[in-house]
Design a protein around this ligand. Structure first.
Ligand SMILES: Nc1ncnc2c1ncn2[C@@H]1O[C@H](COP(=O)(O)OP(=O)(O)OP(=O)(O)O)[C@@H](O)[C@H]1O
Ligand SMILES: [Mg+2]
Length: 352
């Protein structure tokens, strides 16, 4: 059963032009961690703000725990929605201690209960020792955890987080992905996290919603999203890929493309003639006598792997983009050499 239900939510900021969010429908299960992933301006924050009640939809309805929070007849104010919000800049009060920051959202609670609850959530985020410090005396990651503790303090049903990791450097970001997920799981709370970073989305969520121009492109668990992107947009936005067009073979198990015949992971259910394929760079493996071969045009050292751009030999391929392939770093590859490679069918997908 769904805990949060969005039905055909639309938000237009002006009469002209495309809506910022366009007939978006989504259901989220209790305890689920879901992320909204998409490029800048695709409507992620607007969607989050409509759930929180800071923005009203132009059309559509939202239910939380079976209650209408907004539809054409009813708008529940933000403070009555049982939602905790963590803002991108954390929005901690600099002149208040960490404990006071957390107690701020508990203004209707008794003083003793406030202190007890602040201690509880500080323990949850492992910052018990920091209650009397001021926000400026904390690291970015610690401030982030305080912001989450403050959002959790009033015991909301749902936590919404807008770009929670964007202010953190790469190392801390990785740690915080892990910490935030742990805290949310321990609090057993339903959460929606907005991000434009695929790694954030994959690391923290049960399911990922990819959006573009106000429209949902695909909803899937991270692994499925990566292995079976639904369309070209998702295939390119979620990781790197090679997009190739081709003709379906009559066996429905392979595609004829300009690089040769490419096998699908399983028989296609659709009997389309012209199709588009997504082939992940790590699905192409250099091999002495591979099925495909081409000339190396570019080699980029990437640390864990090297990225090769390989132009296929076929004359008709001159107008085609080179294939992007990841090769092990210990392998010596020179620009201009001919390499051959195989393609792992598990990293091949038909896309719309
Ligand atoms: N208050 C507003 N008035 C007018 N237009 C707005 C308003 N808020 C957002 N928009 C527009 O709505 C669209 C979606 O904006 P939104 O902030 O939801 O994007 P986003 O996906 O969160 O992007 P980012 O990753 O850059 O934060 C954008 O085109 C934006 O310019
Ligand atoms: Mg935003």
């Amino acid at each position: 059963m769904s805990f949060i239900q969005l039905d055909h939510i639309t938000k237009s900021f002006s009469d002209a032009g495309k809506p910022a969010v366009d007939k978006l429908s989504l259901s989220i299960k209790e305890g689920e961690i879901l992320s909204l992933l998409g490029p800048s301006g695709c409507g992620k924050t607007t969607t989050l703000r409509m759930i929180a009640g800071f923005e009203n939809p132009s059309a559509g309805s939202i239910h939380i725990d079976d209650a209408v929070v907004v539809n054409e007849n009813r708008v529940l104010p933000p403070e009555k929605r049982g939602i905790g919000m963590v803002f991108q800049d954390y929005a901690l009060f600099p002149h208040m201690t960490i404990e006071k920051n957390i107690m701020f959202g508990l203004n209707k609670w008794k003083k003793r209960d406030k202190k007890k609850r602040a201690a509880e959530v500080l323990e949850l985020v492992e910052l018990e020792a920091y209650a009397d410090r001021y926000p400026t005396e904390l690291s970015g990651g610690q401030q982030q955890r305080v912001a989450l503790a403050r959002a959790l303090a009033p015991k909301p049903h749902v936590v919404l987080m807008d770009e929670p990791f964007s202010n953190l450097d790469a190392g801390l970001r990785e740690k915080m992905r892990f910490d935030v997920t742990n805290i949310l799981r321990r609090a057993n709370i339903t959460a929606i996290i907005v991000t434009h970073d695929q790694k954030d989305a994959f690391a923290v969520s049960d399911r990922v919603v990819v959006m573009n121009e106000g429209v949902i492109q695909q909803i899937a668990a991270p692994k499925e999203m990566y292995r079976c992107p639904k369309n070209c947009f998702v295939a390119q936005f979620v990781g790197k890929t090679n997009l190739l067009t081709g003709q379906m073979d009559h066996d429905l198990k392979s595609i004829h493309t300009h690089i040769g015949k490419v096998s699908l992971p399983e028989e296609s259910k659709q009997q389309l003639e012209k199709v588009t394929l997504s082939i992940r760079p790590e699905g192409c493996m250099l091999s002495e006598q591979g099925d495909y071969c081409g000339r190396v045009e570019r080699v980029t050292y990437g640390g864990e792997y090297q990225e090769l751009h390989v132009k296929l030999n076929d004359d008709s391929a001159l107008t085609q983009a080179p294939m992007v392939i990841y090769a092990p770093v210990e392998q010596d590859v020179e620009i201009g050499t001919i390499v051959s490679f195989d393609i792992k069918p598990e990293l091949v997908a038909l896309v719309e």
